[in-house]
Write a new protein. Structure first.
Length: 359
């Protein structure tokens, strides 16, 4: 078994390091950094390293401030790389923490005003239909009667409480219109009911006629196509002599759609051996390339031969079927090249391809 060493990971950055090493590069000037690239909060001083663009703590605030040794990636990440250009680099603190905090607070509203506002899409409203497309709802006497009673309960003129200067009662035009409409619909209601009953009767009569005529129509349609169906059956039953089916279920030298003169497949015939050999080569191609070819063949042929015999015989195998199983595996191995000792699956597949090209 091949073992690989554990991949090293970037170590967690220490807050304060005790080292006297100092980078020879010029110090980092705090005033030249952006407000968002430095934080001088007491006890949490850190800035963005100009070389690797990662946040790095600042040590030695009471003496000589400098950046702690660090990696270029985040902590606990694989493939660490030491930032040699920025580690132990001195920092010149020429600004105050309060001044930086004030600049950061003042810049927040300015940045917010520069951001684009969220675009709110207007809801899609279906256009109103044209006046010629509006279908008025049919009115009934009951609906108008309910509207008239509701109007009379709310209208003072209909209740006889509205008078003119001469003390005469004023009529209500809306109430009169509703009353006239109610009387008209009430007179027309018997005629409307008769029309609705007439259409209902006609609909039921049409459904009965359609149900009675459906069997006769279906029989006539079948009678119209029956000669063509019989002709097709006759041509399909005429199978040429020697027409046998292949493993794909198609007739050989026979008309399209003709019944197949199938030959039962035996347990150890040529088709079975060829199919098992092809399956073994596919299993070798799909297996791990460093596995032994002999092991892959033994595993696959044992399982595939059992499944094939159980499918052909339509029953599970018993200990009495072991000779047939062994013979079938031997026949498949005789067709395939013999694996060399220690030969891998990849080398075996390559050798089989070369032999096939040479043949």
């Amino acid at each position: 078994m091949i073992t690989t060493p554990v991949m090293p990971k970037a170590s967690k950055r220490r807050r304060k390091t005790r080292t006297s090493n100092v980078n020879h590069r010029p110090p980092v000037i705090a005033s030249k950094l952006k407000v968002t690239e430095i934080d001088l909060t007491p006890g949490k001083e850190h800035l963005v390293c100009p070389d690797c663009s990662t946040w790095v703590p600042i040590t030695g605030m009471l003496g000589t401030p400098k950046l702690v040794p660090h990696h270029t990636g985040r902590a606990k990440t694989a493939e660490p790389r030491r930032c040699t250009a920025g580690s132990n680099r001195q920092v010149t603190i020429d600004v105050q923490a309060d001044a930086l905090r004030t600049r950061l607070i003042e810049g927040a509203p300015t940045a917010a005003s520069r951001r684009a506002t969220k675009v709110l899409s207007k809801p899609k409203v279906k256009p109103a239909p044209a006046a010629s497309q509006v279908k008025p709802a049919p009115l009934s006497a009951e609906q108008i009667h309910q509207a008239l009673r509701q109007h009379q309960q709310q209208c003072l003129a209909c209740q006889g409480e509205v008078k003119n200067r001469d003390g005469q009662l004023l009529p209500c035009p809306d109430g009169e219109r509703l009353a006239v409409t109610f009387l008209r619909l009430h007179r027309q209601e018997p005629k409307r009911q008769a029309v609705r009953e007439f259409f209902a009767r006609e609909r039921r009569r049409f459904d009965r006629q359609y149900a009675e005529a459906a069997p006769a129509k279906r029989a006539s349609e079948w009678a119209a196509v029956l000669p063509k169906v019989k002709d097709a059956d006759t041509r399909r039953s005429q199978v040429p002599v020697g027409a046998v089916s292949t493993t794909r279920g198609r007739a050989v030298d026979g008309p399209a759609g003709a019944p197949l003169a199938t030959v039962p497949q035996a347990a150890g015939d040529r088709r079975s051996v060829r199919a098992l050999a092809t399956g073994a080569l596919r299993a070798l191609a799909d297996a791990a390339q460093d596995r032994s070819a002999s092991d892959v063949l033994d595993e696959h042929l044992t399982r595939a031969a059992y499944t094939h015999l159980a499918t052909v015989w339509r029953r599970p195998l018993t200990p009495a079927d072991q000779p047939a199983h062994t013979a079938l595996v031997a026949e498949v191995r005789a067709v395939l090249p013999t694996p060399a000792p220690g030969e891998t699956a990849a080398a075996y597949i390559a050798r089989c391809r070369k032999s096939a090209l040479a043949a």
